[in-house]
Design a protein around this ligand. Sequence first.
Ligand SMILES: [Zn+2]
Length: 493
Amino acid sequence: MSAQPTLSSGDRTTKTEIRFHNTMSGQTEPFVPLVAGEVRAYTCGPTVYDFAHIGNFRTFVFQDVLRRYLKSKGFRVIQVMNLTDVDDRIIQKSAAAGVSIREYTDKYIQAYLDDRRALNLEPPEHIARATEHIDDMVKLIQRLTEKGFTYTSEGSTYYRIANFPGYGKLSKIDVAGMQTGARVDTDRYDKDNARDFALWKAPKPGEHFWETPIGPGRPGWHIECAAMALKYLGDKLDIHSGGVDLTFPHHENEIAEAEAATGKTFARYWLHAEFLLVDHEKMSKSMGNFATLRELFSHGHKPSSIRFLLASVPYRRQLNFTPESLQGAASSVERLRNFATRLRAEKFLEGSSPAIAERAAKARDEFDRGLADDLNTAQALAAIFDLVRDVNTAMDRGEFRQGDAAPVLKVLELFDAIFAVLRDDDAEKLKELGISASGPTLSGPEVEAIVAERQAARKRRDFAASDRIRDDLAARGIILEDSRDGAVRWKRK
Ligand SMILES: [Zn+2]
């Protein structure tokens, strides 16, 4: 049995078996979608009470790499992402601002979608606002009530987890010592606290509410995702993904809701992205190390460097986000763009060499094997950078022919279908966001690193790249002086 779709002829990658780590089984398993050639995926989107932070975007970039990879393998991807536009914080903050929930969340939804575009995140097929699906949630709660999974208390409806035998199967939480009937009204609670949770919350005085057949109130967070996933993707989905902190209670509760209602397995593969650390601290708003994309952009960091850094560390590894790692990502993107420019612009001797075509094919296989292995982006990138190094060497030695450019460019194309950083459009994107592209002053070590990059370009006689780096630095107020002995001095304008 094979779920691999047929790709165009000449694609060498179709034979690779795709494997993903499934949180449900705790194993890395072959990926076989329910319907051959099609992947139905659900993505937990943001709660739009503020700008999303860089830790959130780690998960969104992972989900984008996942969908782009599946598409590159020929699958038709149907991805649904929710926008949680009603919760305690949104109700409090919109009331404090004296505006409606709609008005308050519109601003952050727009910002989130703009940020996604800046990072080249492809739009999911369906983006679903919670407040536009209240009816679907109410109907799902009614189904659960008919099947005996709910009870009401003071106008709120709760899910009785003791009635769902599989409760805890995703997060492996121990429900043995659980207090029957203990319940929570908050949507986020910790793992030691398996509780009956609110599906529908009665309004507190003065709070916004919806008038519905199950009484006035508003939905809990978990029922939003369950209802919208079932609506757009049917009873069974292939992949459900999110940040690792969503495993419990959010995803555990989604499973309890969906499976109790349908009697079927909700999602077959659960993929969770690890935390992003900022200088070794867990990224969260409560800890104060909160960085929005806009803050990073206005400090001179490019969208492409941020995307590259977030995509470069395999999603199940913690990612430590530092100014140095961002600088490293910027250099990597620069190296790849220069390489692509060199392939397209430089004139080589006529003919072609089988050795280069073979080298390109090997890089392509390694790139594909890396991604097929639970999206090991680090391994995939290593294949690309090894190719860049070898081809640059061949070019410098005069062993590269005009006909060799096409197979190497083809590999870069494949790379960019997933990583999406080769287009030199950072300044354009920042302009669209109304952020000045020049950024603040570069530090001494930052200038040194860029100068070293230019020296390397000169050494391999890539004068187009060398000139571009000099011009970029000039635009940021750094003047280079090349001395006769090959050394470079720099000064600030
Ligand atoms: Zn969700």
